[in-house]
Design a protein around this ligand. Structure first.
Ligand SMILES: NC(=O)c1ccc[n+]([C@@H]2O[C@H](COP(=O)([O-])OP(=O)(O)OC[C@H]3O[C@@H](n4cnc5c(N)ncnc54)[C@H](OP(=O)(O)O)[C@@H]3O)[C@@H](O)[C@H]2O)c1
Length: 280
């Protein structure tokens, strides 16, 4: 069974599907089968990272699938410990070797790690790797506006994507609005709030009932209507299908406002504020 998904255009002219598939904690044979299942169901945008230790698993799922490589958009990410230019270049190559791919469609800096102060060098490496054809589009994750402004000021190149924590408990209203103004696409990580209490929220249950959908579908549709690209992870084919089946209904203005009201300043899952938090 396969679902057709709308595409969205990035500021470099390339397109990506309006929903992707997260792969955190999908490793080895079980992980590869789960990712292949997601591809069979219709996901075409697959999100991995050097630090997930599963770029090889994603590569294996691609080889097991009958979908041609060029119809897929594969994302990986540069870890914080390899921001220095030479290390970043080597890591991008290593990421490709691990997946046994010739190129990534998207490559992102995983965290800015502002105290280390090497993220501009890392960005320069991504810019060069794009020129060499190793990467089609480049972007960042967890960058605050001040970090992105510095990238543009020092290199002249703006990211196409910023992948940030975004879910009903933490809707990133200011940051997402800023992305829209800057023509940077927001990708939402942990879009289902990692299956937290949000999935049992009474207000969301009411909206879901009204549309004859599940709470997860309402949340993922909300991301889509905000203009953000969610990348839900699920190991289960049933939930993979559920999560992608969001293009046959619409939330009205009242629903959107009600979901916005669920957000609160301390709504992050693990209090990972990119101004302070660092990941290597
Ligand atoms: N850039 C970054 O810093 C960063 C950080 C975190 C995550 N990410 C990326 O974002 C992706 C998604 O985030 P995430 O994995 O943290 O969380 P998520 O997608 O919000 O939630 C995943 C959890 O929700 C469950 N789930 C999925 N669909 C469901 C449904 N329809 N009903 C009930 N439960 C459901 C999954 O369980 P089952 O598997 O059992 O279905 C899993 O426990 C990651 O996999 C990763 O690729 C990026």
């Amino acid at each position: 069974m396969s679902k057709s998904i709308p595409e969205v255009t990035l500021n470099d002219g390339t397109t990506i599907p309006a929903i992707g598939f997260g792969t955190y904690a999908l490793n080895g044979n079980v992980g590869s089968n789960a990712i292949k299942s997601a591809i069979d169901i219709g996901y075409r945008l697959i999100d991995t990272a050097y630090n997930y230790e599963n770029e090889g698993t994603v590569g294996e799922a691609i080889r097991r699938s009958s979908i041609p490589r060029e119809q897929l958009r594969i994302t990986s990410k540069l870890p914080g410990r390899y921001h220095e230019y030479d290390k970043a270049v080597t890591t991008i190559q290593e990421s490709l070797y691990r997946a046994n791919l010739d190129y990534y469609d998207l490559y992102l800096i995983h965290w800015p790690n502002p105290k280390q102060d090497h993220y501009v060098e890392a960005w320069q490496a991504l810019i060069e790797a794009k020129k060499w054809g190793l990467i089609r589009s480049i972007g960042v994750c967890n960058f605050l506006p001040e970090h992105i402004e510095r990238l543009e000021r020092e290199t002249g190149v703006k990211p196409s994507i910023n992948q940030i924590e975004l879910h009903p408990a933490f809707n990133q209203e200011y940051q997402h609005k800023w992305h829209v103004e800057q023509n940077i696409k927001t990708e939402s990580w942990s879009p289902l709030s990692r299956a937290s209490d949000v999935l049992r929220n009474d207000q969301l249950a009411h909206i879901a009932e009204k549309h004859n959908k599940t709470i997860s579908q309402v949340i993922l549709r909300w991301h889509y209507q905000l203009g953000a690209v969610p990348i839900p992870k699920s190991a289960s084919p049933e939930r993979q299908l559920e999560n992608i089946s969001i293009f046959d209904f619409s939330l009205d203005e009242k629903d959107m406002k009600e979901i916005a009201s669920l957000s609160h300043p301390d709504g992050r899952i693990n209090d990972q504020d990119p101004a302070i938090y660092e990941e290597f």
